[in-house]
Design a protein around this ligand. Sequence first.
Ligand SMILES: [Ca+2]
Ligand SMILES: [Ca+2]
Ligand SMILES: [Ca+2]
Ligand SMILES: [Ca+2]
Length: 507
Amino acid sequence: MKMKKFAVVTGAVFMVMLTVSVVLSAYHHEGENDSQHFVAQYPDKAGTKLDHCALCHTGGQYEKKTDKWVSLGSCQWCHYSYGYDGSGNIIDTLNSYGKDYLVNGRNQSAIAAIADMDSDGDGYSNTAEITAVRYPGNANDDPTKVPAPSRVYTKAQLEAMTQHTQFLLMNTARSGDFYAQYTGVPMEDLLKDAGILSSASGITVFAPDGWSDYHPLDIDADPELYHVNGVYPEAYYQYNEQADTALNTTDGWCDYGAPSGAGRSHLDSIVNANGLKMLLAFNREGQDLEPGILGDDNRLSGEGPFRVVPPQKTPSPPDQSSNAANQDVVWPYDYDWDHNAGSATRSATIIRVEPLPEGTTDIDLLEAGWEYVDEGKIIVYGAIADTNPPIPDIKVNGQDGPLTVSKEDAVSVTVELAAGSRIGQMADWWVAAYEPAMGWASYVHPMGWLMQLTPCLQLKLVDVSPAVNVYSGTLDVGMYIFYFAVDSNSDGNPQGTYLDSCTVTVQ
Ligand SMILES: [Ca+2]
Ligand SMILES: [Ca+2]
Ligand SMILES: [Ca+2]
Ligand SMILES: [Ca+2]
């Protein structure tokens, strides 16, 4: 089974009940009481990221082809491994918290009974994690991490950016195909605007119906992975009367009726200024994309306000739907043809830039966001610039340095920290000095100065203000560099992720 098929497969067992008015929680299955049990026990956690399948269900990977693994979020993984017909084993989809809940009776009492356990073994009790809105069944999420940097874009902001328009084939595997002209912002440009980090490797796009799709930044050999950066191959317009739904109403499969297709003939070159790109589109044929709505049948109708539009990596004609009975046609369904529309996420509201920076966790919006569909917003988070990073400040005698003092002069070293976005993140704290003849010395709380490089503290980051004195006295002749740094981890090794220094020459 291929990942792209989840977009269109729906079934009776996993009917999803959603209302547009529900802001964040939004993904509860009809006839299922587990979320109610959780919210009854933790009423203030309604609508948070914990009020979601991912509380008890795990994500997973499946081998799409030899040595090619595809990662799925909790919703897709459950549907993949349990199946829409419920033929799989539901227990395989549970995380450690979900298993504890099941074993203890799968009711509200079970939620209470497992409160003091540490289901995922990350050192924090289930209650401590839930209180901090961290997943009790995911050891990679815990109260010592802070939400990753994020940036919300409104439609007006995107429209103010340099726009790109392209005409292309949207080839589906099992629905109808069509040619269309989309306008939007190239995904590559949007990520640059968000301050994408050099450590980033790809993005995962989420829609509020639980759909997600991964895109690497750079071109990948896997034909189903559509890359973010650069241009895609140019294509020819592929017209055939048998395929044309306007002429063949019985089993035609391609809609050639878009205004942007007028006047084109079979095998005409499709020319797009600046080429074909992965687009975050908000406009089709000059019209705003129609916002997505989830129908009673669990089908998303509409594609807006934002849709990811990846061109074909290997241009092909539109092929017949795999569902069509009549495959004796000019372009029958071909599994190996490029079905780019299957990775064209509709109603995208969240773009996670992978991997999350060290010390951070998912923001409290994952796999949610109907509100954003209504408001015309999209959030980009993860490996992007932090606009509010920690700012350590070290001063000698009230100065940032460099400065020169006499060996008879009293020297006072003070530190101050604005924790910024990392407030609450567990960190190594470093207060250290280096002098070539002396080597390293560290201020280690509460002992004082030691002649080695040792963390001052391992503690969650907090604001330190007003400044705290860490050294008072004279210094021998030499050239000292005093450092104050905090890390994005607490591994006991110095990274100096956020660092300030002050140089003092003692004569
Ligand atoms: Ca835990
Ligand atoms: Ca955890
Ligand atoms: Ca097709
Ligand atoms: Ca460290």
